[in-house]
Every structure is written in structure tokens, then in C-alpha cells.
Design a protein around this ligand. Structure first.
Ligand code: GLU
Ligand code: ZN
Length: 276
């Protein structure tokens, strides 16, 4: 049985790129007699705006999608804490008190997830008064798991390369999990078998595959789809003026028709699908 999901974060309204992603995930499941899940990823602290989640549901309804809603991330904090405690006990995490500015000042190399953390705090004596995040010791973890592979429906078989992102944050200073830990645990808990999301998250999957190996979680398949781009070739974003789905709804646009057009890759003028 194919189980897909759409996992938006309520820190901004959904736009056309989200609609494309949701319709695709929905159809991949429905066309195979599977299940399509909605999961609200609301552990972004002050950036999370709870009032947006109702608008998300109305957006999906407007597009003609049916889904099963899973518990929001904010209700699953204990499962993140438990997993993080286990990883810490087994020596795969280390505390890091660095601030973003301190890391920037070290002029780190850039990886897919931003600055590659230079490992300053690993094995160092830290000031206990400073708030600490927990980072994944990728070298240590990889030494124990050995080579890991995963499969993308479009890009094919991949060898996991989590070193490319470096020692990413697993437990944030302000939340009991980072996106990487929460999404990996939730996809397993929700029984997702095909993780469908934009190609911008392709590199994150290397980390998720490593976390699955460390945590003994089932390994799904992935489908990273191309992103929708605006006329200047950039990823759609509300702040660059692409109208939200809520804006489109409120002008009386036909959502069912929009979903059909997205299925046929007929996009509004100026919008195109990135070439792979
Ligand atoms: N919540 C993430 C976002 O909105 C998506 C996570 C995922 O699909 O894995 O960017
Ligand atoms: Zn540090």
C-alpha cells in the first residue's frame, strides 16, 4: 500500500508550489489505492502561526483533495525527546553552544543545509550556563552504520552522503527536535511509504536516511519533484509576490480547475517547472 503525505509548516501561506506538491502526493497515493496524509509541522517556535492551519485545510479542500490528518508535530514532542535521549546516550549527539554569528565568523564551508558546522564544540568543555543545541556526530554515526542507500522515484538509487551537510542540529536550542529528527520520526510513525516533497529537500534525505539507520526505522522510498519557478527562475515565495492559495480562493478562482491544470503541467503565465 502506498502512503504519501503533505507536511506543510504554518509559517507562511501555501502557494502554487505547495498546491503542485499536494496534488502530486495525493494522486500518487490515490491512483494506487493508497492513503494520502496531511501532517502539520508546527514546531517552528514563534514562526508558527496556528491560524494558518485552517487555511491550509481549506486550500486542500478547494483543490478537491481528500486526506487523512495525522497529529500535528506539536503534539508529538515526547517522541522526539525520547529518540534524542537515546541517540545522546549512544554517543551520536554532542552539545553545541555556538550562536549562528559565532559559526559565521569561522567562515564555514557551505553545504546543502547552510553552513557546514566546523565541529568546534565536539569534545570541548562548554559553558553550562549557555543554551546548547545537540548536533549529530556524522562521522561517528557513519562509522557505525556503514554505507547506506536510498531510492528516489525519479533520480533512482542514491548512496547516502550525510557528510555533505555536516553535523546538523538534531535538537534545537528552542525546540525538542529539528526538522530532520521530527520529520524522520513522524514519517515512520505515520507509516509513510513514499515521501513526496520538493527537490529542494533532496539533500536533507541523506541525513534522514542516516537517522533511520540509527533509530532502526523502516526505510520508505522518496519522490522529490521539481520545483515551480517564477518568471525570474526563482523558487516561488509569497514574499516575492506569488499569490497564496488563500488569495486565489478569495478571488473566486476554481480550485478544481487549477488542480487539473497542475496535473497537466499547465502553469499560470510566468510559472514553470524547473528542469531536472
Ligand atoms: N514542513 C516542511 C516544509 O514545509 C516540509 C517537510 C517535508 O516535506 O519533509 O518545508
Ligand atoms: Zn558549537
Amino acid at each position: 500500500m502506498i502512503v504519501t503525505r503533505f507536511a506543510p509548516s504554518p509559517n507562511g501561506p501555501l502557494h502554487l508550489g505547495h498546491a503542485y506538491s499536494a496534488v502530486l502526493a495525493h494522486d500518487l497515493a490515490r491512483n494506487a489505492g493508497g492513503r494520502f496524509l496531511l501532517r502539520i509541522e508546527d514546531i517552528d517556535g514563534p514562526r508558527s502561526r496556528p491560524e494558518l492551519t485552517d487555511a491550509f485545510r481549506r486550500d486542500l479542500e478547494w483543490l478537491g483533495l481528500e486526506w487523512e490528518e495525522m497529529p500535528a508535530q506539536s503534539t508529538r514532542l515526547e517522541s522526539y525527546e525520547e529518540a534524542a535521549r537515546g541517540l545522546l546516550r549512544r554517543g551520536y549527539l554532542y552539545p553545541c553552544t555556538c550562536t549562528r554569528a559565532e559559526i559565521e565568523a569561522l567562515e564555514p564551508r557551505l553545504g546543502s543545509q547552510g553552513a557546514i558546522y566546523p565541529g568546534t564544540c565536539k569534545g570541548a568543555r562548554l559553558d553550562p550556563a549557555k543554551p546548547a543545541a545537540l548536533r549529530l556526530d556524522v562521522d561517528r554515526a557513519m562509522a557505525d552504520t556503514g554505507k547506506l542507500v536510498w531510492e528516489d522515484a525519479l533520480a533512482g538509487k542514491q548512496v547516502a552522503d550525510p557528510r555533505e551537510a555536516g553535523d546538523v542540529v538534531i535538537v534545537r536550542k528552542d525546540a525538542p527536535a529539528s526538522y530532520h529528527l521530527a520529520a524522520t520520526l513522524d514519517d515512520a510513525a505515520d507509516g509513510v511509504t513514499l515521501v513526496t516533497r520538493g527537490a529542494d529537500l533532496f539533500p536533507a534525505t541523506h541525513i534522514h536516511r542516516l537517522l533511520q539507520a540509527l533509530l532502526g526505522l523502516p526505510v520508505p522510498r522518496w519522490h522529490h519533484h521539481a520545483l515551480l519557478l517564477d518568471e525570474s527562475g526563482r523558487k516561488l515565495a509569497k514574499r516575492r509576490g506569488s499569490p497564496s492559495l488563500a488569495d486565489r480562493r478569495s478571488t473566486g478562482e476554481d480550485g478544481l480547475l487549477l488542480a487539473e491544470q497542475l496535473r497537466l503541467h499547465r502553469f499560470p503565465s510566468g510559472i514553470s517547472l524547473a528542469s531536472a
